[in-house]
Design a protein around this ligand. Structure first.
Ligand code: 13P
Ligand code: SF4
Length: 371
């Protein structure tokens, strides 16, 4: 999705790394407690070093909401994260994304119009009142609002199991809350979570938004319990079972940690599976001297290795896989937004219109109530 970041002037693009660092430091000092810089775990080091708080996507939004004194929240992450922060923060707080082109290719795979079309198509073959939509945090605010309006919830990679369990669990009258779930946009997180809950492959079907009725027959839709949107993360889908086997061959006592956005064949070979925060905790808990192979974004893997001197942490994919959209946030754009604030100009503010924000909040709050 094109979000049109305007090109920056030479005052920024021609500045040396040292000059940019000095200017970012000066702007941060001038703004003091009015400013909160948030850094997602996948952020590059020359940006992360300026973060007042590090975290996963949801944790950072909560940090922003808990720091009501911070008038400006500069989110060094991707677009959907900045939107979630805007939904969860007070109206007096403004959220800025240093580069508007820092999107998430997975979130962009489920446009709200496509999901609305899918819902309408489903309504022609089955009773949509018996379907609950669940969206991964990695989705637009518009999609979160859709889910909120239709009784569903958001989930993160840490609580997807609890949220999917809730969807099929009993409601206030003791009846199953839903017969089916439409899980958007990450098919892998949906599939991995469904397997964990004991569903079998025949109960899942992949909904491909490029085709009528998701490319499925009426019978396949009716028979399925979980419709998995055909979305994926371009970073995590690179990991293959061969990577795990090669790591195990080289390090028979090594530990394999993978993110649940990886394909099920990879997850099935891992020792432990979990979100970015989970992976960080698992590395911290590993015995000194461990060699740990990790399937997630390379900036986090390298940082874990650098910050765990008694352990060796390597990426399972030898070809390395950065999140290219996250990497668009660089010192050049960070300096540009911060100096704008010092000059009284708010650049790249991310706002979610209140009608959308209210329903997105419903979906987020349902998730909180479940977990
Ligand atoms: P977290 O929810 O762990 O921050 O992960 C976000 C993400 O984009 C993973 O690819
Ligand atoms: Fe999106 Fe994947 Fe990047 Fe995460 S790593 S922000 S899911 S593209």
């Amino acid at each position: 999705m094109i979000r049109l970041q305007r090109p920056l002037s030479e005052r920024y693009t021609a500045a040396s790394p040292g000059e940019l660092a000095q200017r970012i430091g000066a702007a941060k000092q001038a703004l003091g407690d009015r400013l909160l810089v948030l850094g997602h775990h996948y952020q590059r080091d020359d940006v992360m070093s300026w973060a007042d708080a590090r975290g996963d996507s949801f944790g950072l939004s909560r940090t922003a909401a808990s720091r009501r004194d911070a008038e400006f929240v500069v989110f060094c992450g991707v677009h959907f994260m900045a939107e979630s922060a805007d939904v969860l923060t007070a109206p007096t707080q403004q959220v800025l994304l240093p580069d508007l082109n820092a999107g998430c290719s997975m979130a962009d795979m489920a446009h709200i119009d496509e999901v609305e079309d899918a819902w309408e198509a489903l309504g022609r073959v089955t009773d949509v009142a018996r379907i609950l939509p669940i969206t991964y945090m990695n989705s637009s605010a518009a999609l979160k609002a859709f889910v909120g309006r239709h009784g569903g919830a958001v989930c993160t990679s840490s609580n997807a199991r609890a949220v999917l369990g809730w969807a099929f669990g009993p409601d206030e009258s003791g009846q199953p809350r839903a017969d089916k779930v439409l899980f958007v946009p990450d098919q892998h997180l949906g599939r991995n979570t469904a397997f964990e809950l004991g569903f079998v492959a025949d109960e899942m079907a992949v909904w491909d938004p490029r085709f009528d009725l998701g490319g499925l027959s009426d019978a396949a839709v009716k028979q399925s319990r979980i419709l998995l949107w055909r979305g994926h993360c371009s970073v995590h889908q690179r990991f293959r079972p061969e990577h795990v086997r090669a790591f195990r061959h080289a390090h028979p006592d090594g530990i394999v940690l993978v993110h649940p956005e990886c394909a099920h064949e990879v997850v099935a070979l891992a020792d432990r599976v979990g979100s970015t925060d989970f992976i960080i905790r698992a590395v911290a808990e590993a015995p000194p001297g461990s060699t740990i192979g990790v399937a997630t974004e390379i900036h986090l893997v390298n940082r874990l290795d650098a910050e765990s001197p008694d352990k060796t942490v390597v990426c399972l994919d030898p070809l390395v896989c950065p999140c290219s959209t996250m990497s668009r946030i660089d010192p050049v754009h960070l300096a540009w937004v911060l100096e704008g604030l010092v000059e009284g100009e708010v650049r790249n503010r991310i706002t979610v219109e209140e009608g959308t924000a209210a329903w997105a909040r419903v979906a987020l709050e349902r998730m909180l109530a479940i977990t």
